[in-house]
Design a protein. Structure first.
Lengths: 114, 110
């Protein structure tokens, strides 16, 4: 399978704990995006990378959130001191950036904070 | 006002009916995307278009750049088409990142 993969698919954690998610993009894709989707809403942009550089962060991404893409391949999204409001589906997408790009989505990581 | 508006929010139809989902946007775009999301979260890109019309199987997507409007049509709808359909635009103002509509939840009854 050469699509975008995410790990884990589901995560249940207690409030205050730290969690880390991983995204493996399609191998030749240079852009990687993180989105968050809460129930009944469309996805919200969090941040994106072009290669290893994090080019933009949404205001939604509080100081408790950090994302990395150290070698321009896989990316991690860490949430520190989780809160119940962090419960959502975290989606990763990748693309080969051109003026008109198609983003390919991973299956998502569903986070539940108790 | 949201930059990308979809209608209807919910749509229930009988198998075989012709389905239309609409999307209007207010920003300058380089492309418009239609995506499908099944229960469980997986998102699949259906179309990316910047002008005219595209067809794939029973799905047809059209866009009118002047009117800033796009439609997604499903012909001969089937229960397996039941999903959330999301319109998203690549905005020229935000480095081509996607701005998402809220989605249309479609249920096709047998």
């Amino acid at each position: 399978d050469t699509g975008v993969s995410q790990d884990p698919r589901h995560k249940i954690t207690k409030r205050g704990q730290n969690v880390t998610f991983r995204c493996d993009p399609i191998s030749e894709h240079n852009r990687l995006y993180w989105y968050r989707q809460t129930l009944g809403q469309g996805p919200e942009f969090l941040t994106y990378f072009q290669n290893e550089a994090q080019l933009e962060k949404s205001r939604l991404l509080s100081d408790r959130f950090s994302a990395e893409r150290p070698k321009g391949s896989f990316s991690t999204l860490e949430i520190q001191r989780t809160e119940q409001g962090d419960s959502a589906m975290y989606l990763c997408a990748s693309s080969l950036w051109t003026v008109q790009e198609t983003q390919y989505f991973g299956p998502g990581t569903r986070l539940l904070v108790l | 006002k949201n930059e990308v508006e979809q209608s209807p929010q919910n749509l229930t139809a009988q198998e075989g009916e012709f389905i239309t989902i609409n999307c209007s946007y207010s920003v300058g775009i380089s492309a418009l995307h239609w995506l499908q999301q099944h229960p469980g979260g997986g998102i699949v890109s259906l179309f990316m278009l910047s002008s005219g019309k595209k067809k794939h199987g029973r799905l047809i997507a059209t866009i009118n750049i002047q009117e800033k409007h796009s439609s997604l049509h499903i012909t001969a709808s089937h229960p397996r088409d039941s999903a959330v359909y999301i319109c998203a635009v690549s905005s020229m103002d935000s480095n081509y990142q996607l701005i998402w509509g809220a989605g249309t939840k479609l249920i096709i009854k047998p």
